[in-house]
Design a protein around this ligand. Sequence first.
Ligand SMILES: [Zn+2]
Length: 244
Amino acid sequence: MADSIEKKFPSDGEARQLIIEIGRRMYDRNFVAANDGNITCRVSPDEIWATPTGVSKGFMKENELIKLRLDGTVLKQGPLKVSSEIKMHLRVYLENPNAGGVTHAHPPFCTSFAIAGLPINSAMCSEVVVTLGVVPCVHYETPGTQGIPDSIAPYCRDYNAVLLANHGALSWGKDLIEAWYRLESMEHFARIQVLTEKFIGKTNLLSREQVEALIKIRESIGISGGGFPAHCADKPQNLTDVLI
Ligand SMILES: [Zn+2]
């Protein structure tokens, strides 16, 4: 029997529960304050569940979530309206048919990079190169306008996340859990980069050759997006054991 290549989507109930769980983690990790952030989960090629506006993502209830079609038509309305930031989520799904989940938040280290206009593109941590890759910093547009989806569109297929200038972070993945892990990884790594560069003040970057080996691993596990870090060492700097 031939293997089915049809993508398996979560049920409506599974998607709603997962959104609530990710919202709780997002709030508990200080990735959002007040009613910030939004989360979506794809349940069919043309349908997603989304978080509403005006509610803390740490305290959502299932009946508050909203089901939409990718053209923005609301299929199931809760007591609250959908966020104006839904446009950027819809654009990720439209540009990248493999995206199964999208997360958006304002994590402090990622948002500091976004305020400084700095992408995440230094080859520092092996696992970040494999699972997250380069994170471009996209130019500023007013939140809630069509400018944001238009600004992220060129990156939705070839990368796994973007920083939004003077705003925050946006990530996606084959499912919502992968999108969330990427948001977590971005923030974790942005923090490590700040500690390494500003507190320790010495950085051994991975070499171009070492990055190439990691990108082969990335491809072997089916991750196609992520780009190649702009900042690598010409020669390996990390091949000696250090005792003193
Ligand atoms: Zn935002």
